[in-house]
Unconditional design. Structure first.
Length: 427
């Protein structure tokens, strides 16, 4: 009997597989990185932070617990995705299902994501149980942060929390009920952090204190900025690229990407989920009138990984592409961009000093409150309300903004290095 032993009753029992143990000091440093799949912006900055971390800790191995569409970005950078990632439930698909025409109540969508978050936390738990990780980094990994605070005895390693906004905020359409619920969520988060300060070994705000909204967490709760400054370190914004090089080489970059000198290139992009399809269709419909106003206009619409380009029915003169790796290079080379109100894309445009129109999703508190506050601080972009912007209004805005002089506040260029410097002492 090689594989089995006999029990006292004579029934065979399975022999446990041999296990090995490696002394901790003989192991390489290992980190598990979790990057939020709600939009593609987190992936770009997280890869940049990971690169800076490896520069500080050359023996560091990083596994990524990630799902589509983040895995597309990671694959293009040669990063290693943990095999348990296949067990993750799709947060991006849930967000798409919660949306309607350019409308997403982000707070309510997160509230209705409990089953997905529980599933994904259990996948995370299995990964760290067997992974011998020195560190976990969670970029808006809401499931990990929440359930570790609810079950602090499950923490097995150092934990770094990153976010680019703090505080759930109610939208006017939600009325008193949503105001009560957001305050309740904020109060629970505050209680978690102050009751178990050891859970987050480092909390990093991806930005500066002035980027924090001038609001309170709710009635009887502290101001968001005051509380955040006490509990977070600040990395500055993380672009994931050097905007100075792109600005300096812009004409060379345009030629490399196939944009001719006599073309006025407009890039339309709506993120990594399917939420932006309505905006994409409306901007495409604006092209004939915009082309009448702007000589040599070339429009390129980026459908992203969850919108079928063939279903958009584009007019002559409009190109539709699916997923585009390193989209920031196209944004830096364009003459104008039309985008949703997501932070990453708008800040990439601000860093590259390009004019843009942005349309925050209706009822999306982060895009309408947190992101808009930050863009106002940088003096970047032109806010547009979707409901007040039929195709002819968008065409007029394209013609007006495409030649507007840029006087944005400069965007930080060392955010990834600053974030890595805050994380490295923990490994």
């Amino acid at each position: 009997m090689n594989a089995h032993l006999a029990s006292a009753s004579g029934a065979p029992t399975h022999t446990p597989a041999p296990r090995t143990w490696t002394r901790a000091l003989a192991r390489k440093r290992r980190a598990l990185y979790i990057s939020s799949p709600i939009g593609l912006g987190h992936a770009q900055r997280d890869v940049a932070i990971a690169d800076e971390l490896r520069a500080l800790r050359p023996d560091l191995e990083i596994d990524w617990l990630a799902q589509h569409p983040v895995t597309a970005v990671l694959g293009s950078h040669g990063e290693r995705v943990h095999p348990l990632s296949a067990e993750l439930a799709s947060e991006s698909a849930h967000i798409t299902a919660e949306s309607s025409e350019h409308d997403l109540n982000a707070f309510q969508a997160i509230r209705r994501m409990d089953e997905i978050l529980v599933n994904n936390f259990m996948v995370f738990h299995d990964a760290v149980e067997t992974g011998e990780y020195d560190l976990v980094i969670g970029d808006e990994a809401w499931d990990v942060d929440h359930f570790l605070h609810e079950n602090p005895e499950l923490k097995r390693t150092a934990f770094v929390w990153l976010t680019d906004f703090v505080g759930w905020l109610p939208m006017p359409s939600g009325g008193d009920r949503e105001a009560f619920l957001t305050a309740d969520y904020n109060a629970e988060m505050i209680e978690h952090v102050e009751r178990f300060p050891r859970l987050r070994d480092r909390a990093i705000f991806v930005g500066e204190p002035d980027d924090i909204v001038p609001d309170d967490f709710g009635p009887g709760l502290p101001p968001i900025r005051e509380w955040t400054e006490r509990h977070y370190d600040f990395s500055g914004y993380v672009t994931g690229f050097d905007p100075g090089v792109l600005i300096e080489r812009r004409e060379e970059l345009r030629a490399e990407l196939g944009y001719h000198p006599d073309q006025r290139v407009v890039i339309v992009t709506v993120g990594g989920s399917g939420v932006g399809e309505a905006l994409l269709r409306r901007v495409i419909a604006s092209y004939p009138e915009a082309a009448r106003r702007v000589n040599g206009l070339r429009m390129i619409a980026i459908a992203g990984p969850r919108i079928d380009p063939a279903a958009l029915g584009t007019p002559a003169g409009v190109e539709v592409r699916a997923f585009v790796p390193d989209l920031y290079r196209h944004l830096a080379a364009c003459d104008l961009a039309v985008v949703q109100g997501g932070l990453t894309t708008t800040m990439e445009l601000a860093a590259a000093r390009r004019p843009f129109l942005y349309f925050p999703l209706r009822d999306h508190f982060e895009q309408n409150r947190h992101v808009r506050h930050r863009l106002d601080r940088y003096g970047a972009g032109r806010y547009m309300a979707y409901d007040a912007s039929p195709p002819e209004v968008i065409a007029e805005a394209i013609a007006t903004e495409i030649d507007r002089p840029i006087d944005y506040r400069p965007v930080e260029t060392d955010g990834a290095a600053r974030a890595a410097a805050l994380i490295a002492p923990l490994i």
